[in-house]
Design a binder for this molecule. Sequence first.
Ligand code: PEP
Ligand code: MN
Length: 262
Amino acid sequence: SANKKLHPTPSVVDVGGVKIGGGHFAVMAGPCSVESKEQVLEIARAVKASGANLLRGGAFKPRTSPYSFQGMGNEGIEILLEAKKETGLPIVSEIMDIEDLPFFEEVDMLQVGARNMQNFAMLKKLGQIDKPILLKRGLSATYEEWIMSAEYIMAGGNKNVILCERGIRTFETGIRNVLDITAVPYLREKTHLPIIIDPSHASGMWEMVEPLSIAATAIGADGLLIEVHNDPERALCDGPQSLKPSKFDRLMKEIALVRNTV
Ligand code: PEP
Ligand code: MN
């Protein structure tokens, strides 16, 4: 169970050799979508040099419109695996359909996106494997609903669940979503699971990523998920919220300073 009353000690999840939770902080960085081998390798090398711990990249994309770029699919996963081989960074990528599970055999962590947080049939299936699952908060999900989705995975025997706050829907229209920073201390009281923050999807604006990351680190999140692109203006998905590698490098230095002071 995710319940802290039943398991008082914080869980540490091992993702391809990188520990997350219980004092272990990890930064996952990379493009929203895998677009080409050159793109992923360039970004992977850059984020690795800046100190990222995992590489992220979407191959199966949950786009709002069916006419938007849907991702490279299995070919995208193959590209991520090449980047993993070269850099040694474990990879995290989103699964949208349990039928695709065979493609994810060598992927270190499976992301369940916000739009699938209550895809209970998929959550049950993911409970039957032991790969780490990054469970993003639904667009309008309460803490209780989010925790129950984690329970769906854990009830099947998979204890490797990491929660990811990625912004929620409110009346505000100036930004894409509102980052619910309260999720970190609140969930600390309710669950033993690691919780990370995604300031990129929370805001939808690259300018917000650094201040929100600093706040997330200061409030005690177990890690960050940051979208980084080598050419944000031409990105096929989420360019406006993506950091260029130089800005990501500066962000990593800021985060290190915060971690040394809190
Ligand atoms: C993503 O990580 O690229 C993504 C689609 O995230 P979310 O499910 O939080 O919108
Ligand atoms: Mn994205």
